[in-house]
Design a protein around this ligand. Structure first.
Ligand code: MRU
Length: 354
């Protein structure tokens, strides 16, 4: 077995949440201290931390911090519960697409709803946030194991965005599969899409792969199709921000294009995601809200702050797209793999009644 590093994007300190500032990577490893739920909400909005599962875990600690703040000023349990709802609502406004955020907030809300005194609720919230964090790492390792089983001993894997330890509580989803395969001494080379416009691939995935010593090539997003045509890519593995009941999957913008190219070239296209990324309340991907981000991400050069585009350029900047389930070879979850996913298979897999 090859050794891997235990990279974590967050640390809970009892009265504060420390977040590795992902905006500064790969150049600096700086930690930001969040002491209030508002600090946490801003950190999610400002992309200090990002990635669907990581946002969920962070928000869970945000509720814990918020509840501690409220316990000092609420006059009774009823006022505490009423104010706690405002904290949850604020955290829910941070980013709209990744369902893990709402999933984690729902878990935290049910603790508050069930509680009868503030002291017990505070303890239970802290325990629940830690559970969500630890469960995420555990699930990712299982995803890694199931994913690695799907792969041959020699693979050239193309991935998009950052789905690694930084995007989760640890280990990663799609990058977790790559990590697990590398750990098992498979001969792995990764093609990393730079992932315009926010460059999660160039900045974060490349950084993680370097930490692990996993061989990779950084490519621009528009090179992916050409490398597929040249026969250099044996499979594609990406993450997910929300998966509808029929398997349609929202992920970082550019994922849909990759899925179409994969189909054209007969290359297996896998999604790796924990069950917390499924949204069984929506039947298809058309119902997934897609976050629009600032035009500045496109019209300015990321590093030098200089403007690239003409002053009056109109910009569209959706952060995610939706890949139809027909384009997906399999969804790798912590419970196993759903091959050629569709509504019936997903319902059966998760034992969902009609
Ligand atoms: O905008 P981001 O960086 O939060 O987008 C992240 C992605 O799209 C990831 O692929 C997804 O969240 C899965 S992370 C395990």
């Amino acid at each position: 077995m090859r050794q891997i590093r235990d990279i974590r994007p967050l640390k809970w300190e009892g009265d504060a949440l420390l977040l590795l500032d992902q905006r500064k990577l790969p150049h600096k490893e700086e930690w930001i201290t969040c002491k209030s739920y508002e600090d946490v909400a801003k950190a999610i909005e400002d992309m200090v931390i990002r990635g669907a599962p990581a946002i969920g875990v962070t928000a869970a600690y945000g509720v814990t911090l918020g509840a501690k703040e409220l316990a000092q000023r609420a006059k009774d349990i009823n006022e505490f519960k009423m104010l706690a709802e405002l904290v949850i609502n604020r955290l829910a406004t941070t980013r709209p697409t990744a369902v893990n955020l709402f999933w984690a907030l729902k878990r935290m809300k049910s603790i508050i709803d069930a509680g009868t005194n503030m002291e017990d609720i505070l303890l239970a919230l802290e325990t629940e946030a830690k559970n969500i964090e630890m469960q995420d790492i555990d699930r990712n390792k299982k995803i890694g194991m199931y994913g690695a089983e799907l792969l041959g001993n020699k693979e050239t894997i193309l991935t998009h965005c950052n789905t690694g330890a930084l995007a989760t509580a640890g280990f990663g989803t799609a990058l977790g599969v790559i990590r697990a395969a590398y750990q098992l001494e498979k001969d792995i080379v990764v093609y990393v899409d730079e992932t315009r416009p926010y460059l999660q691939g160039a900045r974060l995935t490349a950084w993680e792969l370097e930490q692990e010593g996993i061989p990779y090539y950084l490519i621009t997003d528009n090179m992916a199709g050409w490398f597929m045509a040249l026969g250099e890519i044996s499979c594609i593995i990406v993450g997910a921000d929300r998966i509808a009941l029929n398997g349609d999957t929202a992920n970082k913008i550019g994922t849909y294009t990759l899925s179409v190219l994969a189909k054209e070239h007969g290359i297996p296209f896998y999604i790796a995601a924990p069950s917390s990324t499924f949204d069984f309340s929506i039947k298809t991907g058309t119902e997934i809200p897609i976050e629009d981000r600032s035009p500045d991400e496109i019209v300015y050069c990321h590093c030098s702050d200089c403007r690239i585009a003409p002053e009056h350029a109109k910009v569209k900047n959706p952060a995610f797209d939706v890949t139809p389930h027909e384009n997906i070879s399999g969804i790798i979850t912590e419970r196993g793999v759903i091959l050629s996913p569709n509504e019936n298979k997903i319902k059966k897999f998760f034992e969902i009644e009609d």
